[in-house]
Design a protein around this ligand. Structure first.
Ligand SMILES: Cc1cc2nc3c(=O)[nH]c(=O)nc-3n(C[C@H](O)[C@H](O)[C@H](O)COP(=O)(O)OP(=O)(O)OC[C@H]3O[C@@H](n4cnc5c(N)ncnc54)[C@H](O)[C@@H]3O)c2cc1C
Ligand SMILES: *[C@@H]1O[C@H](CO)[C@@H](O)[C@H](O)[C@H]1NC(C)=O
Ligand SMILES: *[C@@H]1O[C@H](CO)[C@@H](O)[C@H](O)[C@H]1NC(C)=O
Ligand SMILES: *[C@@H]1O[C@H](CO)[C@@H](O)[C@H](O)[C@H]1NC(C)=O
Ligand SMILES: *[C@@H]1O[C@H](CO)[C@@H](O)[C@H](O)[C@H]1NC(C)=O
Ligand SMILES: *[C@@H]1O[C@H](CO)[C@@H](O)[C@H](O)[C@H]1NC(C)=O
Ligand SMILES: *[C@@H]1O[C@H](CO)[C@@H](O)[C@H](O)[C@H]1NC(C)=O
Ligand SMILES: *[C@@H]1O[C@H](CO)[C@@H](O)[C@H](O)[C@H]1NC(C)=O
Ligand SMILES: *[C@@H]1O[C@H](CO)[C@@H](O)[C@H](O)[C@H]1NC(C)=O
Ligand SMILES: *[C@@H]1O[C@H](CO)[C@@H](O)[C@H](O)[C@H]1NC(C)=O
Length: 593
């Protein structure tokens, strides 16, 4: 027996015999991460050492309402994702910056700044621009047993890119974009690829790819980062029926893992982690510096847009049943579609954007006609149809009437139709989502119950019923790719979200009720549409309070994901709400259960 081993054993024995008070302290110390005031929390001098290691890039993080206090930012900036991306403490949805639990530490727009709390905003952030900065941050957090958060854009719908009393590893300024015509790993040639830093927003990347005559699988948002949460969730696009999911096309991740190593992760090197990163959920594996994706030659693409207006929840339900009846109309052209119902108990608007490759505007109109004619017979008003034919890069940027805008109550009629290329995503509201992947089987046979469910959902006061027809086709054909993407994606026809919102003036106790009612009264109506008892949900657009998230987000992959996490993150440095391993921690990710 070595001396050190003996020493450790003696220490252990002495702690067993310690006083009751000390053992309670030790137990808490063993169970919890260090927070300000705790014995093990870094001193000012120790933070200063970290700051020196990262070249002076350690900066404080503040709630957005604190930065904006005293008319320091305009209301346009408050609602701008581009502005928020420059603030280490900002989340796009205001609610994730707040701590509604416990003491209720809040900092709301125009609130009294004197008692503005730090809420769930991190304390310090590393504004990283090199892997070394991230390595220093990861090692410091491990050494001092700190809570960490990782953020690229702050778009996260589950609040996973912020954490109370944490050190933030901020990757917004990894801005490199490199194209290759013959990307190689060892002897294998992957053809055309792009390697993109974990701070590059989709709109910038669409533009850069267009210059190369290329398109990648990207979503419909300006500032969602291609190599952050999007890439670990699955990553869907209106062109996924043609090109697959983003993770299906991921070739390599460059990532700093919990022990501080900077790894190249691909099908040959760390294949277990490569498998987990592709669909195993955001924020659970390490800090991504860049991702390499396959890219494709640009093709001619057309977008068709219209809105359908209704005056009662029953009429809205009838329109959605008709929509379900026509669900397979576009299968042979592998179209993708966003169908967003901005709803109220009375009048609603269904904003429809349909995208397809290699088809003319008139031909796409003809494909939409059977559905649009049916909704006209129901008394709904169809606004004039618009079609644009251009590069997929340009039209996808125009496709999404951002979810937040629908929730923020901006009429879909004001969507930037006919304008190629939006500039920004709407932010600054309080927003939660819940979602389900709806299997193709749910749309076969009689679909009247789907209409009935929509009517009931609207009657509960749900403001958004947001559909993405982004699977089938290549997504189904990619079923045998070895990745952690839940198999529910491969049999899904649509991915549907419900949203909920509240005013800043809503007291925390009522916010809790609203969230509880959303999860346990409204979501069951959506879940019922799946017709499944083990239904699935897309973890990047979902409810962080999803009761059985392990099954719902990860299905049969959860056990293997837990095993991979134990290898690469044995001490659970990277814990996010409803993420792999989070069941062992409290909701704040601060103390082990
Ligand atoms: C307007 C809008 C439109 C959207 N459209 C689509 C769409 O079309 N298709 C689609 O699939 N999704 C879409 N999403 C969802 C989007 O994929 C998720 O919100 C995603 O989590 C955003 O990733 P992010 O890194 O930009 O955000 P962040 O909030 O910064 O991070 C999200 C998650 O990823 C983790 N993360 C961030 N950066 C890193 C990193 N460098 N390394 C490791 N982990 C990291 C964070 O810890 C967090 O868990 C949309 C979201 C919004 C707000
Ligand atoms: C005002 O906003 C700018 C960013 O736009 C920020 O740099 C500055 O710190 C803010 N001022 C205060 C007092 O927060
Ligand atoms: C803000 O709060 C502080 C402390 O609670 C109080 O003293 C001050 O009067 C308040 N200011 C305003 C403008 O209400
Ligand atoms: C973060 O770093 C980038 C790149 O150096 C810089 O432009 C930006 O101003 C920094 N942001 C903050 C909040 O320090
Ligand atoms: C809804 O009601 C308004 C006001 O009566 C009317 O102008 C509009 O045409 C109606 N819309 C539909 C879809 O019936
Ligand atoms: C419903 O009608 C009101 C009044 O015309 C309008 O302000 C609102 O935007 C409409 N809501 C939707 C979801 O269309
Ligand atoms: C579009 O048509 C071109 C020419 O026929 C073909 O090469 C390309 O694969 C098609 N693209 C898609 C996405 O269907
Ligand atoms: C996946 O592999 C199985 C077993 O080889 C095969 O039966 C199935 O058809 C494959 N699925 C797809 C979509 O290729
Ligand atoms: C939540 O649901 C309960 C039961 O239906 C209801 O009484 C309560 O008013 C709801 N709370 C809120 C804030 O909507
Ligand atoms: C679920 O849907 C079925 C119809 O498919 C309906 O009969 C049943 O009432 C629904 N259940 C709930 C809880 O809404």
């Amino acid at each position: 027996m070595s001396l050190t081993y003996l020493g450790a054993l003696l220490l252990l024995l002495s702690s067993v015999h310690a006083t009751a008070a000390a053992s309670i302290y030790n137990r808490r110390a063993a169970l919890c991460r260090n927070q300000p005031g705790d014995h093990g929390f870094p001193t000012q001098a120790e933070w200063a050492q970290l700051n020196a290691q990262v070249g002076g890039r350690l900066i404080p993080a503040y709630p957005t309402a604190k930065v904006c206090a005293g008319a320091n930012c305009t209301s346009a900036q408050w609602a701008s994702s581009i502005y928020r991306a420059t603030l280490p403490g900002a989340m796009n949805s205001n609610n994730w910056e707040q701590d509604y639990t416990g003491s209720g530490s809040l900092c709301l727009l125009n609130s009294n700044i004197t008692d503005c709390g730090q809420g769930d905003v991190p304390i310090w952030a590393i504004n990283a621009t090199s892997p070394e900065h991230l390595q220093a941050g990861v090692k410091f957090a491990a050494k001092y047993n700190l809570r960490v958060a990782i953020k690229a854009s702050g778009h996260d719908f589950l609040g996973r890119s912020t954490a109370k009393n944490s050190l933030l590893l901020w990757t917004q300024y990894f801005k490199d974009i490199t194209f290759s015509d013959n990307y190689r790993i060892g002897k294998k040639d992957y053809g055309s690829t792009v390697t993109v830093g974990s701070g590059v927003g989709l709109k910038v990347l669409y533009g850069a790819a267009k210059e190369q005559g290329k398109i990648f699988v990207g979503g419909t948002a300006a500032t969602v980062v291609a190599a952050g949460g999007y890439s670990q969730g699955a990553g869907h696009s209106a062109f996924s029926p043609v090109l697959g999911l983003a993770t299906d096309n991921a070739v390599q991740y460059n990532i700093v893992v919990a022990n501080g190593d900077y790894l190249e992760v691909n099908e040959f090197s760390h294949p277990d982690l490569f498998w987990a990163l592709r669909g195993g959920g955001a924020g659970s594996w390490g800090v991504i510096v860049s991702v390499t994706y396959k890219v494709f030659d640009i093709f001619s693409a057309t977008i068709h847009q219209t809105t359908i207006q209704t005056n009662t929840s029953v009429q809205s339900g009838q329109v959605m049943a008709a929509h379900a009846r026509h669900m397979f109309d576009l299968d042979d052209i592998r179209a993708g579609q966003y169908f967003y119902l901005a709803a109220s108990r009375t009048n609603s608007s269904l904003s429809l954007s349909t995208l397809a490759a290699n088809i003319s505007g008139d031909a796409l109109k003809a494909r939409m006609a059977p559905f649009l004619n049916e909704v006209r017979t129901l008394g709904a008003i169809v606004t004039p149809e618009i079609t644009i034919t251009a590069t997929p890069n340009d039209i996808i940027a125009n496709a999404d009437f951002a979810i937040e805008s629908v929730v923020a109550g901006v009429s879909p009629a004001d969507a930037p139709q006919g304008v190629i290329g939006f500039q920004d995503d709407v932010s600054g509201q309080n927003l939660i989502l819940g979602s389900r992947l709806i299997p193709a089987t749910a749309y076969q046979g009689n679909v009247d119950h789907i209409g009935d469910a929509v009517t009931k959902i609207l009657d509960q006061g749900i403001p958004g019923f947001l559909g993405h027809m982004v699977s089938g086709g290549k997504v189904a054909e990619n079923a045998n790719i070895s990745s952690a993407v839940t198999p529910k994606w491969r049999t899904a026809k649509t991915h549907i979200l419900l949203s909920q919102t509240w005013a800043d003036s809503t007291p925390p106790a009522i916010v809790e009720q609203i969230r509880h009612n959303f999860t346990y009264q409204s979501m069951p109506l959506l879940i019922n549409i799946t017709g499944e008892t083990d239904s699935g949900s897309y973890s990047s657009e979902a409810d962080v309070l999803e009761p059985d998230f392990q099954t719902t987000f990860f299905g049969p992959n959860y056990a293997r994901l837990s095993a991979v996490k134990a290898i690469y993150d044995p001490h659970d440095l990277f814990i996010v709400g409803a993420g792999v391993g989070s069941e062992k921690w409290d909701a704040a990710g601060m103390c082990r259960k």
